[in-house]
Structures are given as C-alpha cells and as structure tokens.
Design a protein around this ligand. Structure first.
Ligand code: HEC
Ligand code: CU
Length: 485
C-alpha cells in the first residue's frame, strides 16, 4: 500500500516537473538529468571480452566507460589441487581457480556468457549468478555437459558485489567442491578509486580424512550434511594467502577487499587483526557502515571492505569464529611495508618485572617453584612438563605438537629441535623471530618469550623431547640456568 502511494506520488511529481518545465521555459537543461538512467533501458555501445582473474587479483576498474556488450568466456575444469601440505583434493572450478574467475561489469552491461565444460571433465555443470535477474540466475539456460559450450545473455541492472555458483544437483556438493566466485557490478562512473584491490573468498570443505590427514581426500557427504567441515579456508586452500602469497600494500595506501563466502554452509565473521574497516558495503549492497571491526558475510553473500594502511606489519585476515582460523585454515595475511608511525602504534615500549601487592609475593601457590613440584626423576619431569605444555605452548604448537601450517612450526619430530637443545631453551627464555626451517618448511613468525622458571622450562622441554617422535632427551634446570644470562 505504502509502496503504491509513493509510486503514485512519484509519478505525480514527475508529471508536475514536466508540466512546470513546459510552462516555464526557464528550466535549466541540467535539471533534466537528475533522474538516473533506467538500467533496464540503458543502451550498450561496442563489445569486448571480459578480463577474468584468479584470486587474489581483480580485473581493472570499469572507470567511466559506457555500458557495453561484455563477453565472458569461462571454462569449467575439474582438477586435483592442494588443500594443505600433503593433502590433495579434486576441485571443480570455474576458470581453474577456487574461488572462480572474478568478473567485473558495470550497470547496464549486456553480458554474453559462454560457459564451456572441458571434455576431460566427468560431470555436467551450470551457473547461477546472483547478479542475474531471471529464472535460476541463469542456471536453467546454462546446463552444460562435458565437451559442450552454452551461451546465454543477461543485462546487469543492479549494482553490487554478487556471488555466482554452480547449481547442478547435488547443488551442495558442487559448491563444496569449489564451484563459486564473485561478479562485481560497478555503478555508472565506477567505484571511487583506491590504491589496492583484492579478491578474498571463504569456503568450507568436507574431506573423508580428518584435518591434516595426508593424501588425496574424497568428499564426505555426511560431514557436509552435518555442517562439520574439516577445512575452512580463504581462496580455496590452507595458506593460499600467507607467507610469500600474502596480499600486500604500502603504508598510506587504501585497500579494498572484495569479500565473498561460497559456503556451502558456514557464515563468516570476517575480520582483519589490527585494522578497522573505514567502511563496509554491507552484504555487498549500497548500505555503508563505517568504523567496523568484524563484518558478517553470509554463505552465498559478500561484503566490500575498505581501510587505509597506517602502519607497517603483518595483518592477519581471519574468520573470527576463531577455531576455524587456528585449526581449520581460515587464515590469510596482508603485509604492509613502509615507515613506522610511533604515534599510531608504539610497539612494545617497556617491559619490567611485575610484582603484585608491592613485590612481596614471588611465587604463585602451586607454582613449579614450590618444593613439592620439583621433579625427582625424568618420568616426573615429563608429567609436570605435560601440564605446562597444555597451559602455555598448546595454543600455538597444538595438542600433539603438530603446529599450524604457515604459522606455528611443529614440535613433533622436529629436526630443528633434535640437535639444538640450547636453541629450544633460548626460544622459551627470549622468544624467537625471523625465518626458521623446520622439517623442510619455512616459517617466519614470532614466538614470544615465556615467563617460566628454570624448573618449568626443563620440565616442558623434557616433555616435548619425549613425545611425538622426538628422541628422548632430558633437559635439566641446570642446563636452563646456564642459558639464562
Ligand atoms: C604464541 C605462540 C607460541 C607459543 C605460546 C609458543 N611458541 Fe614456540 N614457536 C612459535 C613460533 C611462531 C615459532 C617460530 C618462530 C619463528 O618463525 O622464528 C616457534 C618456534 C619454536 C621452536 C623451534 C622450532 C621447532 O618447531 O622446533 C621450539 C622448540 C618451540 N617453539 C617450543 C615452544 C615451547 C616448548 C613452548 C611452550 C613453553 C612454545 N614454543 C610456546 C610460537 C609459539
Ligand atoms: Cu557443478
């Protein structure tokens, strides 16, 4: 009802406007342009092939080009790819990557979509683009068997950032295998200019083997139905955006992330540690929220986030449903280089000994320093050490010392530890930064110094040296005391 009234009054208003203009010829010509062009009626000029990019990159902005006929030529490829170190998976892809190729259009474009299903593929597929106004978002017209190509056209009439995905039965399985991507529809004149733009898309994966189980992993339908993924990742695999694959920017630059979530099941609490989003296009639409810490990205939805890089450092990109980040893979990195700005972020300024209640209490009740906790033999040392491990080291090096790919090195069967007892003691006493290679893999992160007594360090290291395939060594408090300067 309300809608009808406003529509009628809108018609009346424009009628009045035209009427006024006709009678009073003083009407300025610019005034007639106030009503934005109706995108459904927008004419297109010329034609071109769309630039398609694999994540984390996006095609060039549309700028102020006029609406055109844009040919998107996308090939579906089923292929084996790396899910994590030593873990492989058969991905079904739009354009060879997960997420699929990024498509960049503007309002009024007429998209001629060529969907090709590679002859070596095993299955038929199709595409449902959320940017399409039409039955199934194109799914009905795009069903294509291996070795075939289909063509269909649509006009993009709503600006925004949209998900596309395969919608062939079983739909959930096609999405779970990586068949999703993003299509951006820019407004007339394009989005405001920024310095860096990237493509980040989350997805959850369901493998027969548990997280980290080696070899080629099959899809597990029951885990998918139960919504219990083994992997939750950005851009298709663990570590797709970390280390030397991190996205980059310089101090002073503005960054825009086109964030999508393919699901199939989980909703993402998208967050960049150490940054505040200056603005977010909520759900990829027109609504802008400012000064946001974490934004929800629904399965089958998106967000556009923008921020300015003020200080250098590594900014960790996470799903703040945080076990997914530290145990299932949803961890990316943005590396910002440039000059420090101590006014915005000082770094650690001071560290001293903290004595609660005027420095009278030096040991906590039950702490390792009280005589009862002094280990009498190696077996006891290991037992006490296990307790310390689960209080302090566990959070990073994980329950069985397996570590976290690209972030925390393993302590299990660590070749680095084997011949470097002093180094291991030093790491705990003084912390450790800079590049380190453990079992053939490079890490470049930071371990903070741990505030533990000599006895505690001896115990925890004895525990580690006698667990998970490490060659049993005893570390004694005397050995620790020698390293403490
Ligand atoms: C906050 C996370 C964190 C905690 C807590 C932590 N570490 Fe580490 N540890 C790291 C990181 C990161 C590295 C690699 C540092 C680098 O890249 O230079 C590392 C490296 C090591 C290494 C050498 C590399 C290897 O894998 O053999 C040892 C040994 C080690 N840590 C033992 C421990 C022990 C024992 C504890 C508990 C007392 C502990 N760490 C607590 C993060 C942590
Ligand atoms: Cu498919």
């Amino acid at each position: 009802m309300k809608k009808t009234i406003s529509r009628i009054s809108g018609v009346l208003a424009s009628f009045a406007f035209v009427f006024t203009c006709n009678v009073f010829t003083s009407c300025a010509p610019e005034q007639k342009k106030v009503t934005p062009a109706d995108p459904t009626k927008m004419e297109v000029t010329g034609e071109s092939d769309a630039e398609l990019t694999a994540p984390p990159f996006v095609p060039k902005p549309v700028g102020n080009r006029s609406a055109t006929k844009l040919k998107v030529k996308m090939e579906i490829i089923e292929k084996v790819g790396k899910m994590a170190d030593g873990v492989e998976y058969v991905y079904w892809t739009f354009g060879g990557s997960v997420p699929g190729s990024f498509i960049r259009t503007r309002v009024g474009d007429e998209v001629e979509f060529h969907l090709k299903n590679h002859p070596d593929n095993k299955l038929p597929h199709n595409i449902d683009l959320h940017a399409v106004t039409g039955p199934g978002g194109g799914a009905k017209s795009s069903f294509v068997a291996p070795g075939h190509e289909v063509v269909f056209s649509f006009k993009v009439i709503n600006q925004g950032l949209y998900v596309y995905h395969c919608a062939t039965a079983p739909v959930g399985m096609h999405i779970a295998n990586g068949m999703y991507g993003l299509i951006l529809v820019e407004p007339e004149g394009g989005l405001p200019k920024v310095d860096k733009e990237y493509y980040v898309m989350q997805g959850d994966f369901y493998t027969k083997g548990k997280n980290g189980e080696q070899g080629l992993q099959a899809f597990d339908m029951q885990k998918a139905v139960d919504e219990k993924p083994e992997y939750v990742v950005f851009n298709g695999s663990v570590g797709a955006m970390t280390g030397d694959k991190a996205i980059t920017a310089k101090v002073g630059e503005t960054v825009r992330l086109f964030v999508g979530n393919g699901g199939p099941n989980l909703v993402s609490s998208f967050h960049v540690i150490g940054e505040i989003f200056d603005q977010v296009n909520i759900e990829g639409g027109d609504l802008i929220n400012k000064n946001v810490q974490t934004t929800l990205v629904p399965a089958g939805g998106s967000a556009i986030v923008e921020f300015k890089c003020e200080v250098p450092g590594t900014f960790i990109i996470v799903d703040h449903s945080i076990f997914r980040t530290f145990n299932k893979g949803s961890l990316g990195m943005l590396t910002v280089t440039g000059d420090e700005n101590k006014k915005i972020y000082s770094g650690k300024q001071q560290e001293g000994i903290y004595h609660p209640e005027g420095g009278t209490i030096h040991t906590m009740p039950g702490g390792a320093d009280i005589p009862a906790m002094k280990a009498a033999n190696l077996a006891e040392r290991i037992k006490f050490g296990e307790n310390i491990y689960s209080r302090t080291c566990f959070a990073c090096h994980q329950a069985n010392g397996e570590g976290v790919p690209n972030a925390f090195p393993p302590l299990a069967a660590s070749d680095w530890m084997k011949n470097n007892v002093d180094g291991a003691i030093d790491n705990i006493l003084y912390g450790k930064t800079g590049e380190i290679t453990v079992n053939g893999k490079k890490y470049n992160s930071a371990m903070p110094a741990q505030t533990l007594t000599d006895e505690e360090i001896a115990n925890v290291l004895s525990y580690v040296y006698n667990s998970w395939g490490n060659k049993g060594k005893e570390v004694t408090p005397a050995m620790v005391a020698k390293r403490r300067k």
